[in-house]
Structures are given as structure tokens and as C-alpha cells.
Design a protein around this ligand. Sequence first.
Ligand code: NAD
Length: 482
Amino acid sequence: MRFYLTYKQFINGEFVDSSNGDSYEVVNPANGKIVDRVARGNVEDAKAAIDYAHDALKREKATKANIPRILQAVTGLIREHETELATIMTLEQGKTLVESRGEIKFFAHTMEYYAGLKARGSQVQISDSTKLAVVEKEPVGVVGAIVPWNNPILLMGAKVAACLAAGSAIVVKPASTTPLSTLKSMELFKEAGIPKGLLNVVTGLGETVGEELVKNPKTRKISFTGETATGKRIMELAASQLKRVTLELGGSNPLIVCADADLDAAVNATLNGRFRNAGQGCMCVKRTFVFESIAPKFITKLRERALAIKVGDGMKSETTMGPVHSRSQRNKVEAQVDSTVSGGATLVLGGKEPDDPDLGSGYFYMPTLVTDVDENSKLLAEECFGPALPIVTVKGLDEAIEKANSSIYGLGASIWTKDLGSAKKAASELEVGTVLVNSLYGAGGWEIEVPMGGYKQSGIGREYGIEGLESYTETKTVIFGS
Ligand code: NAD
């Protein structure tokens, strides 16, 4: 199969190079080879896309673009092009083809879901009067959407679908290392009839294109997914205009395994929760708290299963875990593990790059398990965005919850228990946006039908569900009568 050079920016319904002709290479994390070149978009490109989006919104308000029909049409096209989109994503991002297919399926489902959803206003009778109030949901305006590299198309899709369904316009900036699948998918939106300017993609760097989206007075809202440190920078930049922000940021999600848990299922969930996408998911399991009575058995089973993970190129059918996305990301994970182990932790598995010389030019790291971990160690105190898991032994649920909550993050958490009381206690006391109970992680710890987002430094606002759609609206109250 051959795609490319070729994927260009999508501005005002046309595929265009950057205004100064600059481009850069996108590299395959499995072997360091060039996948394609792509336009290096710049501030001028971002400004142009924002202007077109602004004009399109004015125009479409009058013509009322049929967004539900377009989202429905694009759903079918995404499903038809699943193999092509998934292949591009594996080549640019590194995850296995099976994982990429799962992401494309989620992308299609997201379009289908928002095709059937509308923001709902309400009518309110004012007490002791004849007045009637109507509460309306209006489109927020032009949105800047900034996306990370770990789930490039799924995260972009949720922003685009909810924003368009709310009647707003959008300019997307994909991560600079994963623009290709997003650009390919724009061909499908064009074929589905998206009106010019309503949806745009500008490729390039966060410091240039990303910051222009935040600073430009014509964007009314920023929907950002990425690291907590970048989220803070965006919030600072947005503050001068009191621009609306939704920030979906980092997490260090705890998984609690109680003494009465179905051990095999809990091991399965831990394995899937930590090592899918080579551990690079905001909702991945990043800390495990296991009751001491079952800890030895749990660790033995988990180690056996993790040993069977086949690390390799995501394009090969036998591979069950691909590379880490970039050399710098792999080095960061390696440094977190090394520092934790030199601080006294026990390495149960991994802790190194693979020995296989065929994998030498990729950014691989072996599945890693660590016990006896100091609570100030990097693996517990920081977000680990890679395939390494610290396992902490606890006496009971109170200790597990206390330790789980002792993090600056509050994105997700999960618990394995057969006791409803324990599940309810954990669900109510864990300081996170999403709690999974005996869940094997469907798409990745989230479902498009329900809101998702973080407590504490994991973010502000919610995406997905009707809440996600409403985050792209403003609320207006109109009062009738005297
Ligand atoms: P990142 O913050 O480095 O980059 C994310 C995006 O922001 C990229 O498109 C980047 O180019 C852009 N960017 C960087 N600096 C910018 C700036 N100054 N102004 C505007 N844009 C800028 O994050 P990453 O490494 O790509 O992604 C991994 C992080 O994302 C992890 O922390 C992960 O937990 C988090 N994440 C969170 C969620 C969630 O829903 N909460 C989902 C996925 C990933």
C-alpha cells in the first residue's frame, strides 16, 4: 500500500501546503524510518484557518449545515477506510494494528453517537409571576482543538464531533509526530460534504500553531488534551481573554485489588490497563495497590502473563505491544524506572530495552514490574507514560484509598472486588473523574456516552457524552413577560 507525501493541511475545505512551503519528516517509532513528510504549518496558516472558521460559522448559521447527516455519512466512510486509517496510525504512532483498528472503530462510533445528539435548552416558569424563561444553548463559536500523540484520532474525533454537533466551528492541531491519520480522515469529511471552513487542520508545533490558537481573539474556546504542564501554560495564555478552556490532562490512575477479587480477571485488567498502547494512555493503570494476603499470588500471575507479551513492530501480526512513541519518551520512562530501582525498589520484570537486535533502531522498552516501591519514587509520584508498573502492598481498603488519593492527579481509578460495599466505598472516596468497578477496560477506560475528565491536576471540564457537547456551547437565558 502507498500513501503520501502528500497529506497536506486541511484549510477552508482545501488540502494545502504551509504558507512558506516548509515541511518535516514523520518517523516510524518501530524502526526510526521516515513514514512521510508533512507541512510544517505556522502562525500565518493558523490565523488563516481561524479566519475561515469564523466566516464559515457566520455563513452556516444562515444556511444551517446539516451536521447530523454529515456525521452519519462520515461514520460509514471511516468504517470503509478502517484498514487504511489504522495502518497509517500504526506507522506514525507505533501501536499494534489491532489497537489502531480499535481506535478507528471508536472514532466511527463517536461520529455516529454525536450525529444523534443535540444540545438541549429548557423552559422554566418563574415562581410567583407570569414570566416564562427559556434557557438556550448557543454554539460557543470558533474552537481551537489541540491533540496529543497517544490516541491521535480518537481524541481528535471526540472534539470534532461534539463541536460540530453543537453548531460550532473548529481548527484542529494534531501532535506534530502524529498528523497523518488525522489528515487522511479529512478526505473522508470532505467526501461526506463538510462545508468549507467549518473543520480545519493545521499541522506544526505547539509553540507556534498551538499558541496562536490559544492567543487569537477569534477563537472562543480551547479544547486541549495533553500533559498537565502544557495545560497550565494554555490556561495562563487563555486567562488574558478569559477564554473558555477544557483541559484533559495527565493521570496516575490507581488500580486496587482486594482480597476477594477474581484474581485472573484482575490480572487481565492490570495487564490490559498498563501495557496496551505500550502504556501510553491517559487512563492506563499507572499504580497498583494489592491487599497483602493475595499480593504474592497476584504478582506471580501478573509476571507470568507479562512475560508472554510479544514486543515488536506493530505491523506484525504476532506483536502484542509496540514501541514507545519517541526516543525521548522511552528515555523518560527508563529514567523513572532506573531512579525508582536505585531508590531501593525490586525489579520483578523488565527494566530494560529488548535484547533482540532487530528492534535496535526502534524506541522499544520491555514490560516492567516493580515492587517494594518508596512512596516518593518517580514511578509513584510522577505520571509514567510507558510500560512500567509499580505494585504496592496494602493491609486493606482504607490504606489503598488513602495511598491512591495521595497524588496530584485525579483522572481515573479502578477496583477489583466481589463486595458491593467495598466497591461503593471506593467509588465514593476515590478523588477521580472516572471509577471502574471490575472493568476490563473497553476502549481504554472511557466510553463516548458518558462524561470523562479529571479531578485535581488532571484537568478542567468534561469531554464525551452530552456534557462534552455542551462544553462547546454558551448558555443564554431569555425571559418573557413582566
Ligand atoms: P503535550 O502536552 O506535550 O502535547 C499535546 C499537544 O499540545 C500537542 O499537539 C503539542 O504540540 C501541543 N502543545 C505543546 N506545547 C504547546 C503550547 N505551548 N501551546 C499550545 N499547544 C502546545 O502532551 P503529549 O506528550 O502529546 O501527550 C501525553 C499527555 O497527554 C499525557 O500526560 C497524557 O496523560 C495526556 N492525555 C490526557 C488525556 C485525557 O483525556 N485526560 C488523554 C490523552 C492523553
